[in-house]
Design a protein. Structure first.
Length: 149
């Protein structure tokens, strides 16, 4: 949930995920419960990187409430390839994660979080309102001043 003053604009949509831009200053991923291949997930994350760049934001809210758990190889790709690239190319610096309803989904998200701890700011939430409030309260980091450790 966003605040009443915020608007959401669809950037991309398919059966797996809707990527939106929130006028609160972040990109939002709303995942469905559809099964996905590694290639499907990679495609969504490539669209996400493009959305971060297009909207010149460093913030992401990813709604995992319905998302199927990611396979270990996708977790590794996300942690070791996509996230560092998103930090370099878009200044990606904050991520609010709306927790999965499935234990395996939560474990997969936490595995990625454990792998990237210290590279950028992220936090897990149980409600969309909490995730939104945290993200909009975070200072943005300019992509030109952020470095990957």
């Amino acid at each position: 949930m966003t605040s009443a003053a915020d608007t959401l604009n669809v950037y991309f949509h398919n059966s797996l995920c809707t990527i939106l831009y929130c006028s609160g200053g972040y990109v939002r991923l709303d995942w469905t419960d559809a099964d996905a291949t590694a290639a499907d997930l990679g495609g969504i994350y490539e669209h996400t990187l493009a959305a971060l760049k297009r909207h010149r934001t460093t913030k992401l809210l990813t709604n995992h409430a319905l998302r199927q758990p990611m396979a270990p190889q996708v977790q590794q790709w996300l942690a070791h390839e996509w996230i560092p690239r998103a930090i370099r190319e878009a200044g990606y610096s904050q991520c609010a994660i709306l927790e999965s309803q499935k234990e395996a989904g939560r474990a997969a998200a936490h595995a990625v979080g454990d792998a990237v701890f210290g590279f950028f700011s992220f936090k897990y939430f149980n409600t969309s309102a909490e995730a939104h409030a945290w993200l909009v309260s975070q200072d943005s980091v300019s992509p030109s001043t952020q470095t990957l450790v």
